[in-house]
Design a protein around this ligand. Structure first.
Ligand code: FES
Ligand code: FES
Length: 159
């Protein structure tokens, strides 16, 4: 007997229809079924933030969502943020301030920060620290990430 669920969802503005097992995580669906490997998987239990995506515009951890729960919803991944030719100001700022080393955590930071800066375009350092408190980085020591967020806010203010 088939135990598949039919889902229809929008990912980065494109509609996808698939039959998925109820236990399939959204993070695995994005990476393995859709080939969107920019969403990284670290802990797979909601701790590291590497898998953060936008779910109906809100930053969420895709390892804590089943693909079936995304039926009828809008998902945005880091692939939708910018292109190598035209990066998002956050991506530019991360590059300029050396806010990444191995880069494994970076997609999660970026996707957590996009809605944060939309809601709070001129954040204090304390607010930035709070905003990234759910994302782990094992390389940078966070200071350069904080500097990058400040720079991104400046860049976005003059756009
Ligand atoms: S992989 Fe989802 S929070 Fe770590
Ligand atoms: S840059 Fe390596 S884990 Fe953050």
């Amino acid at each position: 007997m088939s135990n598949l669920n039919h889902i229809v969802l929008m990912v980065n503005g494109v509609q996808h229809e698939r039959d998925v097992e109820p236990r399939l995580l959204l993070s695995d669906f994005l990476r393995h079924d859709l080939g969107l490997t920019g969403t990284h998987v670290g802990c797979e239990h909601g701790v590291c933030g590497a898998c953060t995506i936008l779910f109906d515009g809100q930053a969420m951890r895709s390892c804590l969502i089943f693909a079936v729960q995304a039926d009828g919803h809008q998902v945005t991944t880091v692939e939708n943020l910018g292109t190598p030719e035209k990066m998002h100001p956050l991506q530019d700022a991360f590059q300029e301030k050396h806010a990444l080393q191995c880069g494994y955590c970076t997609p999660g930071f970026l996707m957590a920060l996009v809605p944060f800066l939309e809601k709070n375009p001129d954040p204090s350092e304390e607010e930035i620290r709070e905003a990234i408190s759910g994302n782990l980085c094992r390389c940078t020591g966070y200071q350069n990430i904080i500097e990058a967020v400040k720079l991104a806010a400046e860049k976005m203010a003059v756009r």
